[in-house]
Design a protein around this ligand. Structure first.
Ligand code: C5P
Length: 274
């Protein structure tokens, strides 16, 4: 049996470039893992079985943990079953990649429990079949991601940074946010240049999904303004929302109805998990 932490992520910037023929959107984004973790206990077993501390989450084949188990079995043709217990802490419908991180953690756990039959690079490329954000979670925690998110360019860790992740009570649906995106209204910023600015220590935080997320859930624009009013220097939606990450210090109390996590960037060492 092994127990692993499954991290969350934020998008330090997120640029949407175009809509593709297959319905997905071509994006370019700087992804960063943060030290907000679910905990997952794994053991090889006679049957696949998933349980979770959060009763609102499905524990059937629609859960990305079980999708990852099926994917690993299909790709390796190995015979095994896995029992997993998920202690959920990362909010869902939050743009924090909680489910994607769980899938990546499951692939890492299976590879460990089965004696490392697969290279991490292969886990990464397989994992894009079950979700665009999963390959990122097999990087070492900082990566520039393109394509539909699955083309991962791993980067060295950024300078350490304290931040707050703030989750409003309402969640957003990723497909709904993408549906509301009006590409013609986006500012034409070259993402490679934004990446360069981050690497040079002169960051430009933006997220092209903020406008459509605010259309889907107008309360989010009010939450963003409130967080700027309490004194944060930067407040940016993570992914398709509904959570924000905030840089700087609040000079007033963060409103009670918002869940606030004080966090740091998280990176793993190669050959070790988080
Ligand atoms: O790949 P994943 O299952 O995480 O994507 C969920 C949904 O988000 C897709 O069905 C699609 O509506 C939207 N999406 C997109 N472009 C991306 C990633 C996701 O339109 N690059």
């Amino acid at each position: 049996m092994i127990t692993l932490r499954s991290p969350a992520k934020i998008n330090l910037f997120l640029r949407i470039l175009r809509k593709r023929e297959d319905g997905y959107h071509e994006l370019a984004s700087l992804f960063q893992a943060v030290d907000l973790y679910d905990t997952i206990h794994f053991a090889l077993s006679n049957n696949d079985e998933l349980s979770c501390t959060d009763p609102s989450l499905p524990v059937d084949g629609s859960n990305l943990i079980l999708k990852a188990v099926h994917l690993f079995r299909k790709k390796t043709a190995l015979k095994f079953s896995l029992k997993a217990r998920l202690e959920k802490k990362i909010p869902h419908q939050a743009g924090l990649g909680g489910g994607s991180g769980n899938a990546a953690t499951t692939l890492w756990a299976l590879n460990t429990l089965l004696g490392f039959p697969v290279m991490t690079q292969d886990l990464m490329s397989w994992s894009s079949e079950i979700g665009s954000d999963i390959p990122f979670f097999l990087s070492e925690g900082t990566a520039y991601c393109t394509g539909r998110g699955e083309c991962v360019r791993s980067l060295p860790p950024l300078p350490p940074q304290s931040l707050w992740v703030i989750k409003p009570p309402q969640g957003t649906s990723t497909p709904d946010v993408y549906r509301r995106l009006n590409i013609s209204q986006l500012i034409d910023r070259p993402p490679e240049k934004t990446l360069q600015q981050f690497l040079e220590g002169n960051p430009d935080y933006y997220n092209d999904l903020e406008a459509p997320a605010f259309k889907a859930l107008p309360e989010l624009a009010i939450v963003k303004q409130r967080l700027l009013d309490v004194g944060f220097d930067q407040v940016l939606l993570s992914g398709s929302g509904s959570s924000f990450f905030c840089l700087g210090q609040a000079k007033e109390k963060i409103p009670n109805q918002l869940i606030a996590f004080p966090l740091k960037f998280a990176n793993r060492l190669s050959h070790h998990w988080y």
